[in-house]
Design a protein around this ligand. Structure first.
Ligand code: NAD
Length: 262
């Protein structure tokens, strides 16, 4: 596959993949894109009906996916998702730890202990759970395996809420340090660092259409002049998950229209 690099179809052919947070936004786009490239998916999300819809959309295109209800902050839920994928497809090749929740841009001085605990438990704890348990599964299978995390441009530059950015900065650091720790097992660890996408995460209103004002504001935020599309992130995750990136590990890849370069 990595041979002459010309092959652009079937990048994940036959791969068993968990996508956490695939009930909407980036995760749903990744489910559709990964399935188009031949992946066999376990779509995990805390929202059962949303993730069931994702699986239905994948199936409509002829893709293969099963839905798993999972709170990534709970280790037992993540283990159950891994067991489900391994049972359905015989093994686990890739985990995409994409879940993140926003704490809003509220000033740090107004933050509550509950907000802090929840953001850390989901945004960092969820990635730790996914990485740790997937590595155990990969090593039990004899090594190899690929991890992609979703961090954020907020983990690279000062942008957005302080606690949120801190959790994402932790995911950036985790991605680098874990990549070093597991390289000898042939496991790659990378992250995608998005900037502003108008998803449920931003609107806080399920699947709302972005307004013209939101589109304009988000466009101006990025040097390339348009909001980030969830599919932009899905494409970056596909690259990092695939053999196109077989010699790439420890990278935190901005998908930010140039924002972090300024
Ligand atoms: N939207 C943005 O502007 C933006 C910017 C930078 C980074 N990100 C990151 O991108 C990733 C995807 O965000 P999105 O914009 O697609 O948001 P989204 O809200 O559309 O998708 C997040 C999904 O995660 C699920 N989820 C939430 N908590 C969960 C939990 N505890 N366990 C399992 N699933 C859970 C939600 O139900 C939802 O389906 C997140 O990590 C987010 O932090 C988003």
């Amino acid at each position: 596959m990595s041979g002459d690099g010309r092959m652009i179809e079937g990048l994940l052919a036959g791969k068993s993949v968990i996508i956490a947070g695939s009930g909407s936004g980036v995760g749903r786009s990744a489910a559709l894109l990964f399935a188009r490239h031949g992946a066999r998916l376990a779509c995990a999300d805390i929202m059962s009906d949303w993730v069931a819809d994702t699986v239905r959309l994948v199936a409509q295109e002829g893709g293969e996916a099963i839905a798993v209800t999972c709170d990534v902050a709970k280790e037992a839920d993540v283990q159950a998702a891994i067991d489900t994928a391994a049972k359905a497809y015989g093994r686990l090749d890739i985990i995409y730890n994409n879940v993140g929740i926003t704490g809003g841009p509220a000033p740090l001085k107004d933050a509550t202990q509950d907000q802090f605990d929840k953001l850390v438990a989901v945004n960092l704890g969820g990635v730790v759970n996914g990485c740790k348990l997937a590595i155990r599964q990969f090593e039990a299978q004899g090594g190899g395996g690929t991890i992609v995390n979703t961090a954020s441009v907020a983990g690279l530059i000062g942008w957005g809420g302080v606690i949120y950015g801190s959790t994402k900065g932790a995911v950036v650091a985790l991605t680098r340090t874990l990549a070093m720790e597991v390289a000898k097992s042939g496991i790659r660890v990378n992250s995608v660092c998005p900037a502003g996408m108008i998803t449920n995460f931003i609107t806080q209103e399920a699947f709302a259409e972005p307004s013209d004002a939101q589109l304009a504001a988000y466009g101006q935020m990025h040097p390339l002049g348009r909001p980030i599309d969830p599919m932009d992130c899905a494409k970056a995750a596909l690259f990092l998950a695939s053999d196109l990136a077989s010699n790439i590990t420890g990278v935190n890849l901005p998908v930010d229209g140039g924002l972090s370069a300024g």
